[in-house]
Ligand binder design. Sequence first.
Ligand code: AMP
Ligand code: ZN
Ligand code: FE
Ligand code: FE
Length: 277
Amino acid sequence: MYIDLHTHTTASDGQYSPSELIKMAKEKGIERLAITDHDTVSGLKEAVSAAKTYDLDFIPGIEISTHKGVEIHMLGLGIDFENVDLVRKCEELERSRADRAQRICDYLNKLCIPVVLSEVEEYAGEGSIGRPHFAQWLQEHGYVASRNEAFSRYLNTPRFKAATDRMKPSPEEAISLIHGAGGAAFLAHPGLLKFGRKNQESLIRSIKAAGLDGIECFYSKHEKKQEEYYLRLAKEYDLKVSCGSDFHGEKVKPGIELGMHLDETIVKDMTYDVRRN
Ligand code: AMP
Ligand code: ZN
Ligand code: FE
Ligand code: FE
């Protein structure tokens, strides 16, 4: 099956609008797609309507940045995007993001980089502002040669993080929000976690106790060995399996293609028994 359950649109920091992404997915022959923008459900109404037009099997989703010592991303799949508690929380997170955007400007200004908030807001358009928009500004103004360099030199350093912290719920809170909205909660891209397997396993054990439904075992940047390891963990802890590319568009995150091919049995038996609305 050709499928993708982790993608971003202009509602957060993706390159394509929800309708454009759905059209692209259909044209590529993707059979099932979820949109999972960062901390927002604002693109999902448009997506549902485009999915109807293009007759695509669509799963409304979200990717919530959470905090438990380190940043942990939680995916919600099959959510009711009109759920009051979820919408309210997203609005709160959005305000915190907007506030951080100004602090990022201040931080970069102190490093003698004359970025102005309104210029970055223009890149974000209607969507919420994320670090990739700052990376774009830094690249277009010649401060870095690539988006990656923008992160390693400026947007992902300990000093940057200390100066530009924003509100993040705990993974447990995110799980409960996702469940409250009728969705299933998955640990996103565990292979990107910056700590060892022992700690990863204890993280999974503790958030499983809070209701975690599954793990994103198949991820565009996972190596075969990681895939096997997370599949093993999913089995051991009786967790569902999910798969996603984390597609943002080639301009935002080069080298990530939309969609992945998975064995039908994996999809049927394990992956998509999410609580769909
Ligand atoms: P934010 O939600 O504003 O904290 O930004 C998170 C976004 O930045 C996610 O889409 C990440 O994929 C992206 N990101 C994080 N680190 C890097 C990196 N080293 N290179 C490129 N993109 C990154
Ligand atoms: Zn992103
Ligand atoms: Fe993520
Ligand atoms: Fe993502």
